[in-house]
Design a protein around this ligand. Structure first.
Ligand SMILES: Cc1cc2nc3c(=O)[nH]c(=O)nc-3n(C[C@H](O)[C@H](O)[C@H](O)COP(=O)(O)OP(=O)(O)OC[C@H]3O[C@@H](n4cnc5c(N)ncnc54)[C@H](O)[C@@H]3O)c2cc1C
Length: 379
């Protein structure tokens, strides 16, 4: 599935991750600071524009290329990888897919160059998996939307370069009595739009996550993204794609665990020989490699179906479910192989362990993935 361009891209990002990200990310992680310098360099490499058309400043690549990049970044660090994933797949993609010509012209060039970031505001303090629970409301007052409500855990929503958040809100009632959901663009700095201080997180500590509140926030009617009432369909599409990206990110973390474990198993001595000589350790690493390999095949296949225009819902849920659970398993085993040092933050596996768990939660929990798969099987 990898052509020469994909191979070259993968190689350049692998080098970047080792030479630019690895030396600085530990400090950012420890201090919970956003790595603006690294992100700016990723922007210059064109990573934020990868799967977008050149007319908006994109690189004209495909979604699979984005996934390869995410894998290579997460192999070294997940905070940087999730910043890119959320910026492209959740931030710019809704505008690219559903926006008007004016919205695309206004917002995309800076998002695709990495000079600006956008957040995707779906989750609320009171609900996550059950998107029908949306309580944020938007009421049309003449030619202005008036938004009230709150969003929780929104990635890339509060950096110095965040330019907007797309917000899902109830805009009415459908004929069958269900909530009419729509998506609205809220530019950063709009009066009444408040970004809370960053959360204190277990992992992804160098990424940006905030709770947002909307208190009589007024934005022009033309900030509606796509058609009114299409919010539900829009975020389902965005999340189906996003799951492939999260699967790729999970595979990267799993691969990082394998890399670090092989290195350590060859160096660390116990009972007069390298611990890799013990079958208990070598077999653990063999199982880690097996999980990584299968996860990779699963996301490659989901991406292939998506790019072929075929139904990829089940495949993306399987890839996300398998790869994220494997990442948690690999991080646990890699930490075990490192013994006490695995519990020390200066070792990359400690970061992997802290970063793995969220992969089973974000962009649809493992339970939600099982719901998608079983429903697709007719259950
Ligand atoms: C660091 C971070 C970044 C995030 N970034 C974003 C972002 O950019 N944008 C955004 O919109 N959201 C974001 N999220 C939110 C994330 O997508 C949600 O946390 C996730 O979807 C789960 O929702 P919840 O936390 O409300 O859990 P809940 O939905 O309350 O679920 C709690 C538990 O109940 C289970 N559960 C719920 N319903 C069922 C059911 N029907 N059957 C079986 N089990 C069920 C869940 O699987 C879970 O185990 C982020 C979260 C984090 C932590």
């Amino acid at each position: 599935m990898l052509n020469q361009e994909h191979e070259a891209l993968r190689e350049s990002v692998r080098e970047f991750a080792h030479e630019v990200v690895a030396p600085v990310i530990g400090k950012h992680y420890e201090n919970h600071t956003f790595p603006y310098d690294v992100i700016a360099q990723m922007g210059k490499m064109g990573l934020f524009g990868l799967p977008f058309a050149e007319e908006y400043g994109g690189m004209g690549g495909d979604y699979f290329a984005l996934c390869l990049v995410l894998e290579e970044l997460a192999r070294v660090d997940s905070s940087v990888a999730i910043t890119l994933e959320a910026a492209v797949s959740l931030g710019a993609m809704p505008i690219y897919r559903f926006g008007t010509a004016e919205q695309k012209e206004r917002w995309l060039p800076k998002l695709l160059s990495g000079e600006a970031l956008a957040g995707f505001g779906l989750t609320e303090p009171g609900f996550g998996s059950d998107a029908g629970g949306t309580a944020t409301r938007a009421v049309l007052d003449g030619d202005t939307w008036v938004i009230n409500g709150a969003k929780a855990f929104i990635t890339n929503s509060g950096t110095d370069i965040t330019s907007l958040v797309t917000v899902t809100a109830v805009t009415g009632t459908n004929a069958d009595g269900s909530k009419e959901l729509s998506t609205i663009i809220v530019p950063s700095g709009t009066p009444g739009f408040t970004v809370a201080p960053g959360y204190s997180k277990v992992g992804w500590c160098a990424s940006d996550t905030h709770e947002l509140t909307f208190d009589n926030v007024r934005v022009p009617a033309e900030n509606l993204l796509g058609e009114r009432g299409r919010g539900f369909a829009q975020f389902l599409r965005i999340l189906d794609e996003g799951r492939i990206a999260i699967a790729a990110l999970s595979v990267g973390l799993s691969q990082g665990c394998v890399d670090e474990s092989i290195k350590y198993a060859k160096e660390r001595q116990a009972f007069g020989r390298p611990i890799g000589d013990f079958q208990a350790i070598a077999f653990k690493i063999a199982d880690m490699e097996k999980r990584t390999h299968i996860g990779r095949l699963a996301y490659y296949e989901a991406a292939r179906l998506m790019l072929a225009g075929e139904d990829f819902k089940r495949a993306s849920a399987i890839a996300k479910l398998y790869a994220s659970e494997s990442a948690v398993d690999n991080a646990r085993d890699a930490t075990q192989i490192h013994g006490g040092y695995g519990f020390m933050n200066e070792f990359p596996v400690a970061r992997f362990w802290r970063d793995a768990k969220i992969l089973e939660i974000g962009e649809g929990t493992s339970e939600v993935q099982r719901m998608i798969i079983s429903r697709d099987l007719g259950l």
